[in-house]
Design a protein around this ligand. Structure first.
Ligand code: B3K
Ligand code: ZN
Length: 875
């Protein structure tokens, strides 16, 4: 396969002004008539028109009214080239495609009898021949024709301008999108669906139509998505002055979808998982996911659609920025500082769980990659979550108002354009009169920087010095230069309160937190008038996506864990206390030494658990131990079983020591009355269910009864699922509960996914049990949600079983990467990545993993998607 390089970018030879698409929809044989007007791009020296096309049957091609014969164009693999074309061209292209056979879920496909499209990144070329690249922006008109009884609803981007009847029971609808857009934002839906709709008045007074389209039985699950959409619209007006630019905004839910959702102009298509919710079927986490994803796709309308990417190397320009926006949206929706901190802690956990490992593994890439084989492999946590961290750092550096100024300038300069990450950085710099040239390295250098801190207190001079030293492991092809790193710092006095800070810099004197800007490899920052040796709270609010190393004593960490005014670092202190012990325990397990847990740690956990002045949501997060994956990242040689045993020992010991307190919290955090997904109630449920999980680690009859009762009487899915998971993990037989849960929810696909997922991730589920679950009639590899629920939750969420000593689960992995690849390369390539970190395991496990990787790599007909992942892993 061919590697594509960012440095090879050339502007398109031809630009497209208008696209008129006609669809005669038929699952077996859809006819697509495409009339495109093109004109030569003065920025290009080439006069060749290059069109992309995949899996299409070309029926007819006409240029400026005349049919083109075979010799007048070249059809080479997936490109169609017309050489030495006139300056102005009208192409009429007729193609055939078979949506029902399209199992890739890219392009035009059928899901549960309905038609949907997914065009990002390169799906439009599976619909018609086109210069399918994001810097070609055009106006689209779309005519849809289909059987009226089977597909009563015909949707596309923009405004409905005409509809009517045709012969043979068919009907049509014509849609016009008033805005220029790249082809990846095209969408159509032809389906039997119903909608919840609402007229909504924008702050300007303009009225818009909002719709959420779902299958008929799901109309009772659309309220939260609609509410989230209205909140998103309002938030973008208030926070960024950005208004919905269409008269109509539609969300459509589909059960078969590769990702979370897609921001097609005016016609967002969503995985059902991020639309459908009511208390009976959806958990608090699902509700939060819906709010975030509805917000995310809506915010793309400006950051992505109005201003889009010049090429796919710039993907984080829209994704990092839009994730940052949806993070801020979710935080603002909670509204309190402590609620905001809880969302921030969740973001840090995601980074450590998934992004840091990616950045240290074979698929590591900069936020703006320099090359790729398959762009679909680059919709990663680095592009999304690290990209969001990079955007967040601008806000940390220039402040909230400065960030808004930068956004305003970005839109003033680039509305309607396809631009680069550098353009965003320039807007931030220019709007704030800041030199952000060094900041560019966050886009060009891969890897997680390590910041090592050392401190020195001078009692006589009353100064406190913090020396920060940064380094980032050089990757194979890159020499790393120092990053521009905002390091937010506070100093705690012995009483636990923040000391007012006086630094050499003149601004922000007397504040509790200052942002130090680390630009060189090593820098020392001095604080004045410090009357006592303080405890430093470094990297507050996780002000940069780095690993902070500082030789904290236990006493300092306990001090921060009890007092830090910055909730993120307060949580972090607890994680450090736990991690140090978990690493020691893991070593002890490996060495066969006795396992112990100190009373100091237990007492700190107890104090936090019962501290009613703290949000339940915060307490829950503070009590969750670092995951097995995060522990593994800290070990030189990973022994998954030892990690699991060590962590389980810590959990069991805490559960035994804190039993009365856990029980009290379990009862104190009940949420009687009607279910509400608000943050406070969700936090109470989270803490209560964490307590329940602990109580069920070594349960006696009383604890089992508690869980059984919660399972039976729960008024919402959060509590019901949590009780079931606790029962499964307790080791007592949960078979009957699993059975009744399935019976109750077998009609709810998303709940059946949960049913598979909770079994897949249970430490008692080995690969044989997973194979058996695959025999269940409800299991299918063809539905991505279902495949992920069982297979991914096993390979990524059940490390002690996935890494079984005999390598049997790796064989299972290889088999299913290959099977999935034949159906859906994008999903298969995600699964392929479960093996990214294989070189870090014990030699015996490595040998098994290598064999499994080689088995996949040797398979005859692999997609580029999977090939890129496994060859990089083996390289
Ligand atoms: N932009 C889409 C990504 C779809 C890519 C599919 N390979 C989802 C999102 O980030 O909003
Ligand atoms: Zn996005």
């Amino acid at each position: 396969p061919q590697t594509i390089f960012r440095k090879d970018y050339l502007p398109p030879s031809y630009l497209v002004d208008t696209v008129e698409l006609g669809f005669d929809l038929d699952p077996a044989r859809t006819i697509v008539a495409n009339r495109v007007t093109l004109r030569h791009n003065p920025l290009s020296k080439s006069r060749d028109i290059v069109l992309h096309g995949e899996e299409l049957e070309l029926v007819q091609l006409r240029m400026n009214g005349k049919p083109l014969q075979a010799g007048q164009y070249e059809l080479n693999g997936n490109t169609l080239t017309i050489r030495k074309a006139p300056l102005a061209v009208v192409l009429e292209i007729e193609t055939l495609t078979a949506p029902a056979k399209n199992t890739t879920l890219s392009g035009l496909y059928v899901s549960n009898g309905n038609f949907f499209t997914q065009c990002e990144a390169e799906g439009f070329r599976r619909i018609t021949y086109f210069p399918d690249r994001p810097d070609v922006m055009a106006k689209y008109t779309v005519m849809l024709r289909a059987d009226k009884a089977l597909y009563p609803v015909l949707l596309s981007n923009g405004n409905l301008v005409e509809q009517g009847e045709l012969d043979d029971g068919r009907h049509y609808a014509k849609w016009e999108d008033p805005f220029k857009k790249p082809s990846y934002l095209f969408a159509l839906v032809a389906a039997r669906l119903v909608c919840q709709e609402e007229r909504y008045t924008l702050q300007s007074g303009r009225e818009v139509l909002l719709q959420v389209w779902v299958e008929e039985g799901n109309l009772d699950k659309t309220d939260y998505a609609m509410q989230s959409l209205k909140n998103s619209i309002r938030w973008d007006e208030e926070r960024f002055g950005l208004e919905l630019d269409l008269d109509r905004f539609m969300i459509v839910a589909v059960g078969d979808f590769n990702m979370g959702a897609m921001e097609n102009k005016g016609l967002n298509i969503f995985n059902t998982k991020f639309v459908l919710a009511n208390p009976r079927v959806a958990t608090d986490v699902d509700y939060a996911g819906i709010e975030a994803v509805v917000g995310h796709e809506y915010f793309h309308n400006w950051t992505g659609n109005r201003v889009t990417c010049r090429d796919w190397f710039q993907l984080s320009l829209k994704e990092g920025l839009t994730v940052f926006r949806d993070q801020e949206f979710s935080a603002d929706m909670i509204g309190t500082d402590s609620g905001r901190a809880v969302t921030r802690i969740d973001q840090v956990r995601t980074l450590r769980q998934a992004q840091f490992p990616e950045d240290a593994g074979p698929m590591a890439h900069p936020v703006r990659p320099d090359s790729f084989v398959e762009i679909n492999n680059f919709y990663t946590v680095t592009i999304y979550e690290k990209g969001a961290e990079v955007v967040r750092m601008y806000q940390t550096l220039v402040g909230r108002d400065g960030f808004r100024k930068g956004m305003d300038l970005y839109f003033a300069r680039h509305d309607g354009q396809a631009v680069e990450c550098d353009d965003f950085r320039a807007a931030m710099a220019d709007a704030n009169g800041r030199d952000l040239s060094q900041f560019e390295r966050w886009y060009s250098q891969a890897g997680t920087p390590v910041v090592r801190a050392e401190t020195r207190y001078d009692a006589a001079a009353k100064t406190f010095d913090i020396t920060l030293r940064q380094h980032c492991a050089a990757s194979a092809d890159q020499q790393q230069l120092p990053f521009h790193i905002p390091v937010a710092v506070g100093l705690l006095g012995a009483d636990g309160r923040d000391l007012p800070l006086k630094t050499d810099a003149q601004d922000r004197q007397g504040h509790a937190t200052v942002v130090l800007e680390l630009r060189r490899e090593e820098q020392t920052f001095r604080f004045h008038d410090i009357a006592e040796r303080p405890t430093p709270s470094i990297l507050r609010d996780f002000s940069a996506p780095v690993v902070l190393e500082y030789d904290y004593s236990d006493a300092e960490l306990l001090h921060l864990f009890s007092h830090d005014s910055d909730p993120v670092n307060r949580w972090e202190a607890g994680q450090r206390l736990a991690m140090a012990r978990l690493l020691k325990l893991t070593a002890a397990v490996a060495a066969g030494a006795p396992l112990t847990l100190d009373d100091t740690f237990i007492a700190a956990q107890r104090a936090l658990l019962v501290d009613d002045s703290l949000d339940p949501a915060f307490r829950e997060l503070a009590l969750i131990l670092p995951s097995e994956t995060i522990i593994a990242e800290r070990m030189a040689v990973v022994e998954p079983q030892a990690i699991h045993t060590a962590r389980q020992f810590m959990r069991r010991t805490l559960a035994a020591a804190l039993k009365p307190e856990l029980l009290a919290q379990y009862h104190a955090n009940q949420t009687p009355g009607a279910y509400s997904p608000d943050a406070l109630s969700a936090g109470k449920r989270a803490l209560k269910n964490l307590a329940l999980a602990y109580l069920l680690i070594a349960p006696r009859e009383a604890e089992l009864a508690l869980a059984r009762r919660q399972f039976a009487e729960a008024g919402n899915m959060t509590d019901r699922a949590a009780a079931l998971v606790a029962l499964i993990h307790s080791g007592s037989d949960a078979g009957a509960h699993l059975h009744s849960f399935y019976q109750d929810f077998e009609q709810e696909a998303l709940v059946v996914d949960k049913w598979f997922a909770m079994q897949a991730a249970a430490p008692g589920t080995d690969v044989a049990a997973v194979r058996q679950l695959m025999e269940h009639p409800a299991f299918t590899l063809k539905n991505p949600n279902r495949a992920r629920s069982l297979i991914f939750n096993f390979t990524n969420g059940n490390p002690s079983q996935f890494h079984a000593a005999d390598g049997s689960a790796y064989e299972f992995w290889a088999e299913h990467v290959i099977k999935l690849d034949a159906l859906n390369p994008q999903v298969a390539a995600r699964l392929a990545r479960s093996m990214d970190r294989w070189r870090r395991y014990t030699p015996a496990l490595q040998a098994h993993m290598q064999r499994a990787l080689e088995r996949v790599a040797a398979h005859a007909r692999l997609s580029n998607d999977v090939l890129e992942v496994v060859s990089k892993a083996l390289a």
